[in-house]
Design a protein around this ligand. Structure first.
Ligand SMILES: Nc1ncnc2c1ncn2[C@@H]1O[C@H](COP(=O)(O)OP(=O)(O)OP(=O)(O)O)[C@@H](O)[C@H]1O
Ligand SMILES: [Mg+2]
Length: 274
């Protein structure tokens, strides 16, 4: 099996001309810093989440089979050069773009941080290292996709978001936003990549409050610990000096609690046990 690439979390191998293997690791990063410690079970949760969503969403996708607790096999595709982002809440990079007049909200929609949008919006980006937002005109003029493809992707992505948001809500979570990738398989647009907590923001409904920063359920413990111990500040200062921050080691109790969170998110959302 030929190794192809290694992302923040998964490693991709070529099985043969038609198929790829995704291996999900236990790697973790926060504030753009990669940690040496791993989160046990994280890779298993991401792999099983991918399997669950590909089987649950009623849309053609590249999933073939689960190979092991942390590996899935998918059909190799020609990926479309666009990341299909759907936003259901006013949050993340959308906020500064709205402040700079680069994006508008529907009439009557609240511009309070983390407010629910009056309806989910399709807000795609390029697939370059720095994901640059592109609107319909730009996507077409930059030859990323055709106008027909853009409209199909927009409609399907929002449809998928709505379905996933419903399932997440029943499990006690708000699906704030989502990133999907599509490719072409035998000339047909097909859902690809992976779908799990690394592709979306999950907020517990219980602690949701408009106007506040909402912490992602899976990363919150680590970010809180880093902030409380001065590491977030230290990372920023190090970067300002033009140096790369060094990751501290994560205390065992934080690691254990994170494993618990990944497991809980999976079990509550899917109704399955790990
Ligand atoms: N079925 C598929 N066929 C071919 N390529 C695919 C398929 N599904 C996903 N890909 C591509 O494989 C690559 C997987 O890389 P991966 O997501 O692990 O890392 P990355 O995108 O480089 O970094 P990050 O960790 O930030 O996501 C992506 O470029 C994705 O578009
Ligand atoms: Mg990726």
């Amino acid at each position: 099996m030929k190794f192809l690439t290694s992302g923040k979390v998964k490693d991709v191998y070529e099985v043969d001309n038609e198929t790829l293997l995704f291996k999900f690791s236990n790697r973790v990063s926060a504030y753009d810093v990669k940690f040496k410690d791993e989160i046990p079970k994280k890779g298993e949760v991401l792999s099983k989440f991918a399997e669950f969503w590909f089987e649950t969403l009623d849309i053609p996708n590249h999933f073939v089979e689960t190979k092991s607790d942390t590996e899935i096999i998918v059909k190799k595709m020609q990926m479309l050069p666009i990341e299909c982002v759907v936003r259901g809440y006013f949050y993340g990079s959308m906020v500064s773009r709205w402040k700079n007049g680069m994006i508008s909200l529907h009439d009557g929609a609240s511009s309070e941080l983390a407010a629910k949008l009056s309806e989910p919006i399709f807000d795609p980006t390029t697939k370059s290292t720095h994901d640059i937002p592109v609107n319909r005109e730009e996507s077409i003029s930059q030859n990323l996709v055709t106008s027909e493809e853009f409209d199909w992707l927009s409609q399907k992505s929002i449809e998928i978001y709505n379905k996933m948001a419903n399932i997440s809500e029943k499990a006690g979570f708000i699906l704030a936003d989502l990133k999907l990738e599509f490719g072409k398989l035998d000339g047909k647009i097909t859902l690809g990549d992976s779908i799990g907590p690394d592709e979306y923001r999950l907020w517990p409904i219980d602690s949701y409050e408009v106007g506040k920063i909402q912490e992602a359920y899976d990363k919150q413990l680590l970010r809180d610990w880093l902030t409380a111990n001065g590491y977030q500040k230290q990372f920023n200062e190090t970067r300002q000096r033009g140096e790369e921050p060094v990751a501290p080691s994560i205390p065992k109790e934080i690691i254990d609690k994170m494993t618990q969170r990944y497991t809980t998110a999976y079990e509550r959302t899917t109704g399955k046990t790990l």
